[in-house]
Design a protein around this ligand. Structure first.
Ligand code: C5P
Ligand code: MG
Length: 164
């Protein structure tokens, strides 16, 4: 397989946002948020962290985005486990002979406070990426009331070419 570029490092960036609605489970980074009154409205399980991490991996190699591989119009993707989306994106990165070195993610959510779950989210995302949890930075921000009905996630990822 031909490498997409000779760069030893590539930076990826991903974002995702979902509307929050009562009666749905909120899952972030594969971790169910036990004290959330509302969860994400989505075609899949709505895990905005895993969607944004997957997009960051794909964007780092200019491989498009998860909507390209998993159109939200496809009936077979309804309720899809986002861990599958991330695993597929990671497999593509590995096929192109790169691997994630570290990721930094920011979750913007007004309620509930997520601080107590920081380590669990870092550990879970790291596990899915095959990284030590020290290589997954997890930050939380409120929107200061500007977007109380949404969860928004932004992620940067550093990809390293294997063999370097
Ligand atoms: O957005 P703001 O700067 O007001 O956030 C203050 C602190 O609250 C941050 O340090 C962040 O770690 C924490 N926070 C949180 N859970 C959220 C939003 C913010 O723990 N949902
Ligand atoms: Mg999403």
């Amino acid at each position: 397989m031909t490498l997409p570029s000779p760069l030893p490092y590539r930076i990826g960036y991903g974002e995702d946002a979902h509307r929050l609605e009562a009666g749905r489970l909120l899952v972030l980074g594969g971790v169910p948020i036990p004290h959330a009154a509302r969860g994400a409205v989505a075609h899949s399980d709505g895990d905005a962290v895993l969607h944004a991490v997957a997009d960051a991996l794909l964007s780092g190699l200019a491989l498009g985005d998860i909507g390209h591989y998993y159109p939200d119009t496809a009936a077979e993707h309804a309720g899809l486990d986002s861990r599958v989306i991330l695993q597929d994106s990671l497999a593509l990165v590995r096929e192109w002979k790169y691997r994630p070195a570290n990721v930094a993610l920011v979750v913007t959510l007004d309620r509930p406070k997520l601080g107590p779950l920081r380590a669990e989210i870092a550990r879970t995302v790291a596990g899915l990426l095959g990284l030590p949890e020290t290589e997954v930075g997890v930050s939380f921000k409120t929107s200061e009331g500007l977007a109380p009905d949404h969860v928004q996630v932004r992620v940067t990822a550093l990809l390293v070419r294997d063999g370097d």
